[in-house]
Design a protein around this ligand. Structure first.
Ligand code: URA
Ligand code: CA
Length: 434
């Protein structure tokens, strides 16, 4: 088999065989096929697309390029959740504790974040003593005991995806639906998921800016998952404004705890129940979405979900008293309110720029080497559609530097008011099951 023939075939819009796909994925991973040939193929795929069959074969070839996590010793159906990312996305912690409390095992591998705030692992490290280095045996044991564990990225998972993603990044071929869908799904499958619930974000703060693009990506991933034997569904959720109120690591841990106490932000709460009900059904613990939702509401009301979070924190060495005393989380030195300059209705909170404001404070990493300040960030006081009086606070800034002028400027520049009442954007924009 010759790489040049594969490139020409795709250039001419033909369908590649499973063998041809495996040949280039293996060859690229082991270094026998050079960057320039794979670059040409990525560009051909970008323009000529891939069939559903090719997408599934590409996904599995990437899964087979490295290690796979074996979760077979964990009892029950392992349902994983993936979010395509957004600003202030605090979902994983409260969602995991809720579904674990109704008996769906959560065996999660998580990453650190690059961008506005840290990833789930960074957020958890805001809890004193918490660690994510568990052996395979400890991980399995903990999930069987308390239904929830989170570990850092370990092993050599999907090396083909790492190489291909880096190459796509510098060849203008990231924004291709078959390539994005296979990249994301390969990582979920290698991490051992039996079933997958996807939260595809849409809007200004999302990777997919438009609803049409988000739908196309969701359909692509759902089809891949289902065709390789993983029950998969997706919801499309709004990311035109940040999710919840908090953007920042400690602040988001507190928001997660509030949500499990039943006093979290309405949108974060609704997203957790929507994603959670799907996970509970896929996990075989309920027959209908309605039944699943009732179960989740019950474990929040009776404190069982909060109790799972406590046990999970303690099991991984963390100080679980933060659940009752969130003031024990890292605290910022300066707390600054941002008063509205006029009265009106909140028309827009541009997620991307507000996220950048949090990053300017030190809540996120600009490069892989940057240090995160776990204490800092923003808490929105208003969301789109809310009425605001002149002088009322729009945002509370938590900073460790006294001068926050640049941050205030960003906030004023990217929260827009209207004199007319504004309708809040719809949170759940679509549900994709095929
Ligand atoms: N996220 C991924 O994991 N892969 C892509 O290709 C794009 C976004
Ligand atoms: Ca949030």
């Amino acid at each position: 088999m010759r790489m040049v023939d594969i490139i020409e075939k795709k250039r001419d819009g033909e369908e590649l065989t499973a063998e041809e796909i495996r040949f280039f994925v293996e060859g690229y991973t082991n270094g026998s096929i050079p960057d320039y040939q794979v670059s040409a193929l990525m560009m051909a795929i970008y323009f000529k697309d891939m069939t559903d069959r090719e997408r599934a074969d590409l996904t599995m070839a990437m899964v087979e390029s490295g290690d796979r996590i074996d979760l077979s010793q964990i009892e029950g159906i392992k349902v994983d959740k993936h979010s395509t990312g957004g600003v202030g996305d605090t979902t994983t912690l409260p969602l995991a504790a809720m579904v674990a409390a109704v008996g769906v095992p959560v065996a999660k591998m998580s990453g650190r974040g690059l961008g506005h705030t840290g990833g789930t692992i960074d957020k958890l490290e805001a809890i004193h003593g918490f660690h994510v280095e568990l052996s395979g045996e400890e991980f399995v044991q903990q999930v069987n005991d308390i239904k929830m564990a989170v570990i850092g990225q370990s092993g050599n998972l999907t090396p083909a995806d790492k190489k291909l993603y880096a190459l796509r990044d510098v060849t203008g071929t990231v924004s291709s639906i078959p390539l994005i869908a296979s990249s994301i799904m390969s990582k979920k499958i290698a991490a051992g998921a039996d079933a997958i619930v996807l939260d595809v974000k849409t809007g200004d703060g999302a990777f997919m800016k438009t609803l049409d693009d988000a739908r196309a990506l969701a359909h692509a991933m759902v089809r891949i998952g289902n065709s390789v034997g993983r029950n998969t569904m997706a919801i499309i959720s709004d990311m035109s404004q940040p999710l919840g109120y908090a953007i920042g690591n400690s602040l988001e841990v507190k928001e997660a705890i509030d949500t499990l106490k039943g006093v979290g932000p309405a949108d974060l709460n609704e997203l957790c129940y929507t994603l959670g009900s799907q996970m509970v059904v896929l996990g075989g613990k309920a027959k209908t979405i309605e039944e699943a939702r009732k179960m989740l509401e019950e474990v929040v009301e009776n404190g069982a979900a909060l109790n799972v979070l406590k046990r999970f924190i303690a099991a991984q060495g963390g100080d679980s008293s933060v659940v009752d005393y969130p003031e024990k989380l890292p605290q910022a030195k300066y707390v600054v309110e941002v008063p509205a300059k006029e009265a009106g209705y909140i028309a827009k909170i541009e997620a991307d720029d507000i996220g950048t404001a949090a990053m300017l404070l030190g809540a996120g990493r600009a490069t892989k080497e940057s240090q995160i300040d776990l204490a800092v960030g923003l808490v929105l006081r208003k969301k789109v559609g809310d009425e605001v009086r002149e002088g009322e606070s729009l945002v509370t800034v938590y900073a460790n530097t006294e001068n926050v002028d640049a941050v205030l400027q960003k906030i004023y520049g990217h929260i827009h008011l209207s004199q007319q009442p504004v309708t809040a954007p719809k949170l759940i924009q679509d549900i994709i099951t095929k």
